[in-house]
Design a protein around this ligand. Structure first.
Ligand code: ADP
Ligand code: NA
Length: 329
């Protein structure tokens, strides 16, 4: 049967993924291997828009790939590759930038936010990054793109560019649809439970890094900010800290929130935190072991990424050839 094609990427901008990356994104990637023709990339081209260190970038790209494998991506079931290994991304990105209005690009809210926060280091690359992202998606003729709220506007731009190109130069790109993930969990900062857990925004104690010392994660869970009440209830508005812990717990154990509420009826926050700390430790330990094993076998990792790049290029180069032909090259 025909499986819808899906494309998604993750930036290698940290030494470890965090629990939000896993529960909000990678976990779904693993599931979509079974239902989709899935292309997943470590988007290193996107990781240089704000200044970077070359050695750290190269390491983080490999660590990201190793973590994706450790978390369950199977190179037999999906196409896993590194964006810079497929030069067609940058090539199509240029063509698309030439059909994007300057004002149109300037309306991207994420650029406005990020550039306002770091005016000194803002680059043209940060400004045009949504156009490169459009190229990432359109090169693979993706039917669907999983998107969180923060990426919605960028997917709209991608759709506008696909439509514009197809109208001007002839049918070239598949129109990608947003794929709304069903079981996606939004994980919040353990110290500031109204903010999202984020590698850039969270304090070190607010974020659970998959590759940190498990005892450290346990400690962070145990000192997570809750509230002065005592009852374990799921109430995002009034009990965001407790609700976040329940969300993480449910997602990692595949239990429902209701089951957890029943189980913790009459118990205290301390019990919940202690048990969740154990759950997190149990989850990360094997992930860390597998990640380490992949990193200790660079030959295997290189081979997986080379095969992934070949599979990706087969699709990307065909699309780029059509786009170049249609545009008059
Ligand atoms: P960060 O926000 O930490 O910089 P990225 O922007 O690299 O993370 O996000 C990579 C993926 O992880 C995206 O699909 C994003 O939606 C998801 N993600 C990031 N943080 C969270 C979170 N706190 N809860 C759920 N999903 C998240
Ligand atoms: Na983000």
């Amino acid at each position: 049967a025909h499986r819808p094609r899906v494309l998604s990427g993750i930036q290698p901008t940290a030494d470890s993924f965090h629990l939000g990356n896993y529960l909000g994104a990678v976990r779904n990637w693993v599931a979509m291997q079974e239902t989709h023709d899935a292309f997943y990339c470590v988007v290193d081209l996107h990781a240089i828009t704000m200044g970077h260190d070359p050695i750290a970038l190269r390491n983080r790209t490999r660590i990201s790939a190793a973590q994706l494998l450790a978390l369950g991506l199977d190179p037999e079931r999906c196409t896993l590759f590194v964006q810079s290994h497929v030069p067609e991304h940058a090539q199509l990105g240029w063509v698309l930038s030439c059909i994007t209005g300057f004002g149109e690009a300037g309306r991207m809210v994420q650029f406005k936010d990020k550039s306002a926060k770091a005016a000194d280091t803002t680059t043209v690359g940060l400004f045009t990054y949504p156009i490169l992202q459009a190229a990432d998606i359109l090169l693979y003729q993706a039917d669907q793109v999983p998107v969180g709220e923060d990426q919605r506007q960028h997917l709209e731009l991608t759709r506008d560019l696909a439509q514009r190109f197809n109208t001007r130069f002839g049918p070239t790109f598949t129109m990608p649809a947003p794929y709304i993930l069903r079981d996606t969990a939004k994980i919040t900062d353990l110290q500031d439970p109204t903010a999202k857990m984020s590698k850039s925004a969270s304090s070190p104690n607010g974020i659970i890094e998959l590759l940190e010392e498990p005892a450290r994660s346990a400690k962070k869970i145990k000192s997570a900010v809750t509230d002065t009440g005592r009852e374990i209830l799921y109430d995002e508005e009034n009990k965001p800290g407790v609700s976040n812990l329940l969300t993480i717990y449910a997602a990692l154990t595949l239990r429902t929130i209701d089951e957890l509420l029943e189980h913790y009826d009459g118990k205290g926050y301390g019990d919940l935190k202690k048990d969740l700390a154990d759950v997190v430790v149990e989850f990360v330990r094997p992930v860390q072991e597998r990640t380490r094993a992949y990193l200790e076998d660079p030959g295997y990792l290189d081979k997986v990424l080379a095969i992934g790049a070949d599979k990706a290029r087969a699709v990307a180069s065909a699309t780029l050839a059509t786009a170049y032909q249609n545009v008059g090259f």
